[in-house]
Design a binder for this molecule. Sequence first.
Ligand code: F6P
Length: 545
Amino acid sequence: MSLPHINPTTTKAWQALGAHFAETQADSINDYFAQDPKRAEKFSLAWEDFFLDYSKNKINETTLSLLIDLAKEVGLEEGMKAYFKGDAINQTENRAVLHTALRAPKTASIFVDGENVVPEVHAVKASVRQFVEAVISGTHKGYTGKTITDVVNIGIGGSDLGPAMVVEALKYYENHLKVHFVSNVDGDHTQEVLKGIDPETTLFVVVSKTFTTQETISNATTIKEWFLQSAQPEDVAKHFAAVSTNIPAVTEFGIHPANVFPMWDWVGGRFSLWSAVGISIALAIGYDGFEDLLAGAHAMDTHFKEAPMAENMPVLMGLVSVWYNNFHGAETEALIPYTQYLARFAAYLQQGVMESNGKHVDRTGKGLDYQSGTIVWGEPGTNSQHAFFQLIHQGTKLIPTDFIGFKKALHGKTDHHDKLMANFFAQTEALLQGKTEETVKNELECKGMSAEEVARLLPFKVFPGDKPTNTLLIEKLSPKTLGSLIALYEHKIFVQGLIWNIFSYDQWGVELGKQLAGNILKEIQNNAIGNHDASTANLLKLYKQ
Ligand code: F6P
């Protein structure tokens, strides 16, 4: 079954949402709270260790019910069935989109081209477990008989961002292995990582779905050459492993078949951390921890599949975001985790969200006359408060913001955690309430300022408030809750792509830059600059001088 292709703007719900927007545009969230004492309760949702409060949004009950009508009219339910069932919903590449199969239990049956993929997924998982446990326990030795102390993941995009984000996020749970990441083709990146490691005790994992990505192959080649300065070619087998769908290319690169872990074309790079691509995560926290991450994601999959729309976290978050993107004209969304461990979360989701939903034609190939993918960005709180929060509070742009916080501190430093969380709660409250003229006036008068001085400062100190936020309050950061959190945002991407009538699982736009870079590289190396626009030609000339 292919995905429905309904232009959302032609639905009754869209028309109704347009009219509803015109009526409610000027409403204030603060008034909504004043009118309904049960608002916080009504617009919140508890699921397992998660609590989502979405009451501080520019929505009322009508908004929500119209958004749910929209989801129904564009065929979200049918789309979800096709997604989970393994239908080729990535139609421009004729592929299924089955990262959910990677975290499905052994007993599940999910078919791709008539074949149940679950047994193969579990067979690969068993071989990853065996390899990972041999490295962690020290039975897998390096070429001089020493145990492995460091792991370097060589990959880019989905073959880097997911593992790098999760390894950082779960640092509290890490074992003795130090895990490093090399992604950029910038030789300085490789050099800096190589500076701190010893070839005798380092394992290199080359991760590339296609095994043709320029950055990864260049970095892997440079690193292999560096390794061979002190080791022999036969030692590569003990120090290099790979994850790819392109087994012939991996073999040609010289990695021992026993250290090669397959993945499948039905796993998109940006959703691949659940496959053997996540091997560096398993190495960092142990295979059981990796399984907990998968279990958390699977629990969110089940919630998404089974919960009614009005109680479905990914659906609600996706719909509220569509409301801002398509009706309020918000261009971006911020993601602010209140934990330093999630420092890479926004960067990771930038690929997930923007590579998926940054599309300009619909599922019939027709140009969109409405907005698709949002721009996502963010940094952890409280650092971000001292950096860009000013613009969210008092700037002219509407920036719906997700606040992600945890009830428990991992290191048990209660005083720090209370301070962190006080900021977490205070920010959403400040964004909501703002600061009225009256309050500012009182404050200034109490400081003994003259009436003139008060009048002069007033406009600068007043906050309009009414800035929308979602609050996700999670019990504690663990492999399981992190798995659920990532899956929540993955499904939000699906919901939005389905509504926007776009294909979320291809990424043709990134190909052009790769092709041009290939051509330019040849020109640079052959000292023969070809035909370019005047600006590029001039820049290339300057580079070559
Ligand atoms: O930049 C595009 C992209 O294809 C991403 O989608 C992907 O995650 C990344 O490159 C890396 O690709 P590969 O895993 O094939 O090296």
